[in-house]
Design a protein around this ligand. Sequence first.
Ligand SMILES: *[C@@H]1O[C@H](CO)[C@@H](O)[C@H](O)[C@H]1NC(C)=O
Ligand SMILES: *[C@@H]1O[C@H](CO)[C@@H](O)[C@H](O)[C@H]1NC(C)=O
Ligand SMILES: *[C@@H]1O[C@H](CO)[C@@H](O)[C@H](O)[C@H]1NC(C)=O
Ligand SMILES: *[C@@H]1O[C@H](CO)[C@@H](O)[C@H](O)[C@H]1NC(C)=O
Ligand SMILES: *[C@@H]1O[C@H](CO)[C@@H](O)[C@H](O)[C@H]1NC(C)=O
Ligand SMILES: *[C@@H]1O[C@H](CO)[C@@H](O)[C@H](O)[C@H]1NC(C)=O
Ligand SMILES: *[C@@H]1O[C@H](CO)[C@@H](O)[C@H](O)[C@H]1NC(C)=O
Ligand SMILES: *[C@@H]1O[C@H](CO)[C@@H](O)[C@H](O)[C@H]1NC(C)=O
Length: 552
Amino acid sequence: MKEASSASSSSLASEIPLSQKVIKVISNVCFSFFVLSVLVVTVIAVTYQPPDPWLQSSSALTSSLSSVLPNSTFHTDDSLLPTGEDLLLSSPSPSNSSSSTYQPPDPWLQSSSALTSSLSSAPLNCSDPRVLAAIRSFNARAFFRGSIVFLSYDAPVAGPHPGECDAAWRFRNRKEKSWRRYRDYRRSFEVVYVGKFRSGTNAAAAAVASPRSRAARPKTPQISADADINDTIPTVGSESQFKKGKYLYYTRGGDHCKGMNQFVWSFLCGLGEAQFLNRTFVMDLSICLSGAHTPSGKDEDGKDFRFYFDFEHLKESASVVEEGEFLRDWRRWDRAGAKKNGRISVRKVPTYKVAPMQLKKDKSTIIWRQFGGPEPENYWYRVCEGRAAKYIQRPWHAIWKSKRLMNIVTEIAGKMDWDYDAVHVIRGWKAQDKKLWPNLDADTSPEALAAKLTKVLRPMRNLYIATNEPFYNYFDRLRSHFKVHLLDDYKEMWGNTSEWYNETMALNGGRPVDFDGYMRVAVDTEVLYRAKTQVETFNNLTRDCKDGINTC
Ligand SMILES: *[C@@H]1O[C@H](CO)[C@@H](O)[C@H](O)[C@H]1NC(C)=O
Ligand SMILES: *[C@@H]1O[C@H](CO)[C@@H](O)[C@H](O)[C@H]1NC(C)=O
Ligand SMILES: *[C@@H]1O[C@H](CO)[C@@H](O)[C@H](O)[C@H]1NC(C)=O
Ligand SMILES: *[C@@H]1O[C@H](CO)[C@@H](O)[C@H](O)[C@H]1NC(C)=O
Ligand SMILES: *[C@@H]1O[C@H](CO)[C@@H](O)[C@H](O)[C@H]1NC(C)=O
Ligand SMILES: *[C@@H]1O[C@H](CO)[C@@H](O)[C@H](O)[C@H]1NC(C)=O
Ligand SMILES: *[C@@H]1O[C@H](CO)[C@@H](O)[C@H](O)[C@H]1NC(C)=O
Ligand SMILES: *[C@@H]1O[C@H](CO)[C@@H](O)[C@H](O)[C@H]1NC(C)=O
């Protein structure tokens, strides 16, 4: 596409910081025309659509992830957490036929001067098509050049003051691997100045409110990024509905309180078996944080699945019921059934050695895998090993990261104008284990990092460092070469004044939720994957092997 090629040829232009770029654009044009133009900018909310084109087959997905997560040797350090949305390793380019790829409609100068001349006489009318045209061409010319595909625009609405309009649009970053769409809101009263992300609140409110109450817009618009997240727990319902269903129930196994990648690996094994057996998977929404990720070093149980993963998406992509609901119904209808038409049939499966294929013909309402025995006999994922691996596909597409976390990711990437490089620096216990990783510690020292990164990255680029190194100042050495960004620079995004804080607290029965190690990893992973250039620890920084000495 034209746009794509111009993006690469003008990549240098896109390195110019936004503010300078805007000033440049403006100074290119006769300034007196634009006394009025201001565009204040905010990325707020996210409209979210199920990914349409799964370009890779699910078996390809599975094998690419299997190489990330080996079977029982969990040498993964949990400093990254890949999920289904990350597996489209090559970013799908927008298809040609799709009309959604935004084409700059008209030259900036033309529409802007048209706008300006209309502005000079009458008060600004946000419904004026020329307002939208000006915003579109502004975006096309000046903003996010090349890296953002603008998908669609809503009609601008009035801002809080006369002469201000708030506009909303959906966009997708070219780097974006999933097809979630993000929604952006900006306030514009004349296009002279581009402010920070997060300001066009009326557009946000209009968009959020529109499905429910178009008429009554709140006086102080409540910016809720996730007014449209619906991750309520589904109920099974009546006795007959319950009995019509077929369930696969895994009791808690040895995976509980292990690392997050093991959780995903095991959970998807169960879900995969349920799909193989054409059954509803009974899932435990309670997650246990391994002590390796908690400040106290102790395991923390009772975390909500929905803090980390997108339960709404899961409900749409797989058949699941929540364990508590399920057990309650089971007990109730079993007791009722005992009196009249018979109890609910259950097949208990004591060991993973009973293969999924042997259960295919079983007609019991519930198949109950029990996972007794010592570790590693009691790991869920053992069900999917061996011959079963040929039959069971892990449904990676069903597990995405929580949209609440993804909102933070989008915001961080947005603060760097989606124009940054990233390095993944694995330290932690691997760096301390000199037997298995003899060079890792030295190769990830500040000096080594500075020497290496200055060779592969251009100077003074935005550099995001995804790392499990806890010491914030560890990377200070790099600051004279790059604009260093660390997750902790964005603390306010989950601090007690953030949307995230409000939303997770609501999910947690009004108690505040810690932004814990798993969440940090999830956000780090996604910000890393969106970088223009990614530098990995293994391969790029050190010749040590990912899984220890002599494994590569
Ligand atoms: C697990 O992985 C190791 C090394 O990748 C391999 O040798 C072993 O056969 C695998 N085990 C199973 C049960 O697939
Ligand atoms: C898009 O168009 C280009 C040139 O017209 C063509 O080479 C390419 O195959 C097309 N891609 C798709 C996905 O249709
Ligand atoms: C704004 O413009 C639209 C379309 O041009 C028109 O329908 C509307 O009446 C105008 N509103 C005001 C307040 O002038
Ligand atoms: C959320 O989704 C469930 C179905 O999964 C539906 O019954 C419920 O009404 C929805 N709630 C809202 C607030 O949209
Ligand atoms: C799966 O189960 C549903 C109802 O539980 C049934 O309608 C459908 O035919 C089953 N599909 C297969 C392939 O067995
Ligand atoms: C938010 O946290 C800060 C510092 O941790 C504290 O001083 C402040 O009182 C908190 N505010 C609320 C509303 O909890
Ligand atoms: C969070 O909730 C508090 C109290 O309900 C509210 O005052 C605050 O504006 C909310 N913050 C955000 C960012 O939504
Ligand atoms: C990192 O290593 C990979 C594999 O060796 C290589 O393809 C890639 O170009 C390297 N990246 C950088 C930034 O050097």
